[in-house]
Design a protein around this ligand. Structure first.
Ligand code: RP5
Length: 163
């Protein structure tokens, strides 16, 4: 199976990426994690992106906060699908990172998930890999069913309390 590349602009973003890592682990998807900043280590960020396809990656998750250019910089250097996670910072609640991540020019898309959407980024990465992997697609179907069952349990509890 192709690997998922996970890059973050700073190790301070790790709590958000931990949700991505946990989700990929639960689906038995191989991954590699790095701290590469578009601003502080632009050469390493470029090289990782540029060689990602030949190094066996199928999709890249890139997370950054504030002036969040990492996902866009990664996308500029690969035609692998790139999923951007805007990370919330203390001053602007993540709106700065959301706009920096999502507003890409035509030709260089970044599939942007919600602010701090670490789990959804991993699920989307899994869905991309599952296009050509029926076993992984079955795992995603099972996860959907299990998530739905949990909601129905909550419905039963709320209904028993109020109806
Ligand atoms: C961004 O600046 C990083 O992705 C992080 O979200 C934010 C703050 O970085 P640190 O100052 O905590 O290293 O580049």
């Amino acid at each position: 199976m192709k690997k998922v590349g996970i890059v973050m602009g700073s190790d301070s973003d790790l709590p958000i990426l931990q949700k991505s890592i946990d989700t990929l682990k639960s689906l038995d998807i191989p991954y590699e994690v790095h701290v590469y900043s578009a601003h502080r280590t632009p050469v390493e960020a470029r090289d990782f992106s540029f060689y990602a396809r030949e190094r066996g990656f199928g999709v890249i998750i890139a997370a950054a906060g504030m002036a969040a250019h990492l996902a866009g910089a990664v996308a500029a250097n690969t035609t692998l699908p790139v999923i951007g996670i805007p990370c919330k910072s203390s001053n602007l609640d993540g709106l700065d990172a959301l706009l920096s991540t999502v507003q890409m020019p035509t030709g260089i898309p970044v599939a942007t998930v919600a602010i701090n959407g670490g789990a959804n980024a991993a699920i989307l990465a899994a869905q991309i890999l599952a296009v050509s992997d029926t076993e992984l697609a079955s795992k995603l179907d099972a996860k959907r069913a299990s998530d739905a069952a949990k909601v129905l349990e909550k419905d039963a509890a709320i209904a028993a309390q109020f109806n």
